[in-house]
Each structure stands twice: as structure tokens, then as C-alpha cells.
Design a protein around this ligand. Sequence first.
Ligand code: AVJ
Length: 321
Amino acid sequence: SMPQEERIDWIDMEPATQHSLFDVLRGLSAERKHLSPTFFYDERGSQLFETITQLPEYYLTRTENGILRRHASDMARAMRLDQSLLVEPGCGSCEKVRWLLDQAMPRAFVPMEISGDFLATSLEQLSDAYPALSITALVADYHQQFPNRNVLPDGHPILFFPGSTIGNFDPGEAQRFLRSMGDWLGGQCGLLIGVDLHKPTSMLEAAYNDSQGVTAEFNRNALRQINRLFGTAFNVEAFRHRAHYDSMLHRIEMHLIADLPQDVTLGRETLHIEAGESIHTESSYKYNPDTFIGLVGTAGYRFEQAWFDDDRYFGLFYFER
Ligand code: AVJ
């Protein structure tokens, strides 16, 4: 039989080398220190995230999978999946797309991931399970790297953006991101997007403070990756994980709090971190359905249909542009 690799086209835009020292420096020298959540996701961080999705407290993945299991046939019909070029930014393990692929084969699947090693492993398994699927794999940071549309296969573009990954963006950034994705794909496209909804604070905070400490390790992995990429010497173990819900901004904030003061050389600068100082590593916004539909509307998309779990913890929304 044919080796698996031959059914996967690879486009590698070398996202790790695109991480800019300048951006890291700017974030870490700000009055309130911050980092981009993309630093979580090297191969180890991607594995840690997969572990998070299995945790009892992390209801998001389980709930979204339940909605997909129940409504995938409806979704496939609404988006005319069999005609589509299905593009999934930040596909990770490529587990969720299987619910859709079980309904119909798109003309091609375009997974995008920042960790090429992790993507290779995911796609080996995916292409074993779906031998008829044609795949163009994009190793890229989907925040900033869009290859020319005409290097992608034909088909009506549909963006599949599950997992509430959109929640990592501030609302204004989310709108700009969805707009630029749509423009990249030629102006007209479908968008099937998953988003985490408002719910009691205790449930939200438990999901980001799991009892096994996996989220804490995932959080610290951002500094581990920065040490590796930029040769810095953050004492990673001396940072504590903190996650809390800001009910005014409707977002979980994740922070790393320094237990000890540290001086860290980064490029030509020395950064001083005081004991107790925090680095903001991630925001995870929660929406109500109307606000979310309004937000996506301002990016030029027309709402078509939404699907929820019985508790309305999570929603999947379909739009067209
Ligand atoms: C992948 C961005 C959806 O915000 O819930 C999990 C990442 N951070 N636990 C989220 C995450 C901490 C996750 N997203």
C-alpha cells in the first residue's frame, strides 16, 4: 500500500522562527507583563492541552463533542460539507473534525497547526481512519501566516473553528481575525465556530484550576518554550499558576505569578521580575449567544443556525459570508 505521507501535502511556514523577540520583549517590559497564548503550544504543550481536554473539570471539550455527536448530520447539511474546502485553524489532535467527516467527505481538509511535530502525529491517525480524505497540512501561526489562496485545493471554503479558541482573542481582535480569515479565503466562506457560554463562576474557575495541576503545567510551559526559543533562563518552577474569572470583562485570565524575584536576560535587555509580580498568559472570553452573533456579524458574517447542549454551556454557530 501507499505510504501515508503521500496523501498529505505539507506547507511549512516555519512558525517557531516567526516568534519575534521584539514582541516577547514588549510584552514582558509592559507595566502589566503579558505573553501571547501561542507560546503554550510546542509539542509538549499541545500534549498537555490534550490531557486538559480529558479532565473532569474541563467541561468544554466534552460538551462540544456531545453537540457535534448529536447534530453533525444537521451541520454537514447546512454547510454543504461535500462541496467544501474545510479549513481548521489550530486543529490540534484533529479529533473534532471526525464528527463532520463521518457525515460527508469535503473536497479537501486543510488543518493548520503551529506545532508541526504534533500535527504530523495527529494526521497520521486521521489519514489512517479516513483513507479517502485529501489533506493539505499547513504548519503556520494562524494569527499571522496565510499562504496564498491558490496554493490550496479547490472547493467552497468553510472555516471550522471549534473549541472556543476564538475566546483567546479580545472581542475587537476576534472580529479582525474573522474578517481577515474570510478575506484570505476569497471573501465568501462558511464558518462553523464553537464558543463557551456564560455560566456560574465556580464552574468556570474549576475548569482552569484543575485538581491534578495539568493546567498549571500547561501555563508554565509558555516560559519553558521561551527559554528554549530565546535562550532565556526563567526559573520556571518558581512561577505559580493563577486563573480567575473577571465577571466585568467576561473572561478567565490565566497568570504566572513569580514566587521569587528574577533577573532574566532577553536579547540585549535584562528584565526584572519582582516577587509576587504576574505575567498574564491567556484570556478566555465567555459569551452569550446574542452578543456572539453580533460580534461575528460585525466581521461580515450572516448568522444561519446554532446548536447547544441542554444546559447551554456551549454553542456551535454556523455563519455565511
Ligand atoms: C484552547 C483556548 C479553548 O481557553 O479553554 C485550557 C485553552 N487554557 N485551559 C481555553 C486553555 C487553559 C483553551 N482554548
